[in-house]
Design a protein around this ligand. Structure first.
Ligand code: NAD
Ligand code: MN
Length: 498
């Protein structure tokens, strides 16, 4: 943690050099066609910088460069130990530059600087270091066949991996892909969101400084429908690894089918349920956690606990506690170290969240807290933490991902009813259950159709645990050793002996 004040952070921001060019073959460069897009600071609506808007031509060049680097084995041909040392240096340099990375992240997407310093920047470096450490400790296999043969099962890198990532945790989402893809020897082309390209661009230079060879790690800022689409349709890209909305995830799977059947891993959206049973061990802890689970990162979290399911026998008391905790989440300037809710990433996302708040009112849900844009004098994009009660499964605010600080509460009587409500969704990213009863905890967590289930907590997790979704929340897993499997092919080699 740093103890800089708002004024000190603003001073640093004013003197910061913002990266703005693409990174291809080890060098920063403008987009081939010279186009740029505006990178806006959501805290005040002002222009931060103009960033290279790459398109199909840049994708063509980057794929060629990445393929050349893969084929001549300048990275894939290094021993795992050598790749480990370079990636460890990469992680170390990210840690040395933590303050700058955190500041870029906060400026670009509006998250509180305390969160960027406390989570995003260190977690991103830790992810790279963890994958670096893993890569020379994993063994391939020898199959138990007859003595007349030696049968090997080995893993090989895929080749060129395109990583397309969202704006809500730009650096962390990028590193969840980069860490395992680079560790296993692939070449990577990273396409950050047009809403938050800055940290991706900055770490490209850091990676080069760490010794990652030219062409192995490239970054193409730009729009999804131009450069993103070009990568997804490219016949010389071996894998598209994506985090973002379910809508675009579905489209990218189609792109794979229409082009070269590239491996397609989709980490998508969620509408995650948080079940509070009357016998929860500590109702106040549960209420505090429920507030954080929807308001952290402005509610712009794929695993946000956006549906709160509360047992009717305790619902009034629980809501009173929840409101008390929710009132501590105040939307304020992201660079103020005391801020807990920063700015919404941009105007269009703010408008979308406000539209959903209107829909909730029209559908007949009961507004308990918030519901408005706030801090309008700043010129930035802020929304009050918002809570609706009496939400029913038919309502859109129960079913659709809002991706903002908006909570929907629904009551239930029995655990069975809670599980039915919880699973009544197209998504399956995360779910939680709060109870003191071991049987309810275990049977409940088994019945929940979600990639992550939390018992008596919301945000448990670690690099050692896989992360990803059931159902339309996607396929494949980030984090843990399982993530390394995505970026390798299995090869069976049968050696006949005399
Ligand atoms: P998005 O789907 O709009 O965009 C994600 C990325 O895809 C961006 O880089 C965008 O430019 C690119 N893209 C858009 N259209 C494309 C196209 N036609 N071809 C190729 N690329 C294209 O999502 P977003 O608004 O940036 O992020 C929010 C979403 O991400 C939410 O749904 C959230 O739940 C999800 N998310 C999921 C996880 C997870 O791990 N499951 C984590 C974080 C965010
Ligand atoms: Mn931005």
């Amino acid at each position: 943690m740093s103890d800089l004040t708002l004024a000190q952070w603003q001073h640093k921001a004013a003197h910061l050099t913002l990266p703005s060019q693409a990174f291809i073959d080890g060098a920063y460069r403008d987009a081939i066609h010279g186009a740029t897009f505006d990178c806006i600071n959501p805290a005040n609506g002002k222009l931060l910088t103009k960033v290279a808007a790459c398109d199909g031509a840049d994708a063509e060049l980057a794929v060629h460069v990445a393929r050349t680097a893969f084929n001549d084995r300048r990275w894939s041909g290094l021993s795992p130990k050598q790749r480990k040392l370079i990636l460890q240096r990469f992680a170390d340099l990210m840690r040395l530059n933590q303050l700058e990375l955190a500041l870029l992240e906060s400026l670009d997407m509006g998250k509180p600087i305390s969160d960027a310093m406390g989570y995003d920047a260190p977690a991103a470096a830790n992810c790279i270091a963890w994958n670096a450490e893993a890569i020379d400790k994993i063994y391939d296999q020898v199959a138990p066949v007859e003595a007349s043969a030696l049968a090997l099962v080995t893993r090989e890198p895929l080749g060129v991996v395109a990583a397309i990532v969202p704006w809500n945790f730009p650096l962390v989402m990028a590193c969840w892909k980069l860490g395992p893809a680079l560790a296993t020897g692939n070449s990577v082309i990273l396409k950050p969101s047009e809403k938050s390209p800055l940290t991706a661009l900055r770490i490209a230079g850091i990676a080069k400084e760490a010794g990652i060879p030219d062409g192995v790690f490239n970054v193409l800022p730009g729009f999804g429908h131009t450069v993103g689409e070009a990568l997804a349709m490219h016949t010389d890209v071996d894998c598209i690894t994506f985090t973002g909305s379910t809508k675009i995830g579905k489209h990218l799977v189609e792109c794979s089918g229409k082009s070269n059947l590239k491996r397609a891993f989709m980490e998508c959206g969620g509408k995650s349920p948080n079940i509070i049973l009357a016998d929860a061990p500590d109702l106040d802890a549960a209420a505090k956690s429920a507030a954080g689970a929807i308001f952290y990162n402005q509610g712009e979290v794929c695993t946000a606990a956006s549906r709160l399911l509360v047992q009717n026998s305790i619902k009034p008391q629980f809501i009173a506690r929840l409101l008390a905790h929710a009132r501590e989440w105040i939307s304020a300037h992201p660079l103020d170290p005391a801020t807990r809710i920063g700015a919404i990433v941009d105007n269009s996302q703010m408008e979308q969240v406000l539209r959903y708040i209107e829909i909730g009112k029209q559908e007949g849900a009961k507004l308990l807290l918030g519901g408005n844009q706030t801090n309008t004098e700043s010129g930035g994009f802020y929304i009050e933490p918002t809570i609706f009660d009496e939400v029913t499964p038919k309502m859109r605010i129960f079913r659709e991902e809002i991706f903002g600080p908006v909570l929907a509460i629904t009551g239930f009587d029995t655990l069975e009813e809670a599980i039915t409500l919880a699973n009544d969704t197209d998504y399956g990213l995360a779910a939680a259950i709060w109870t003191s009863d071991l049987n309810k905890a275990i049977n409940g967590s088994r019945a929940l159709r979600a990639g992550s289930v939390f018992v008596n907590n919301w945000d448990g997790g670690d690099m050692t645990m896989p992360f990803g979704g059931f159902k339309q929340s996607g396929n494949g897993r980030d984090k843990s050793l399982h993530a390394l499997e995505k970026y390798t092919e299995l090869k069976s080699t049968w050696i006949q002996l005399e």
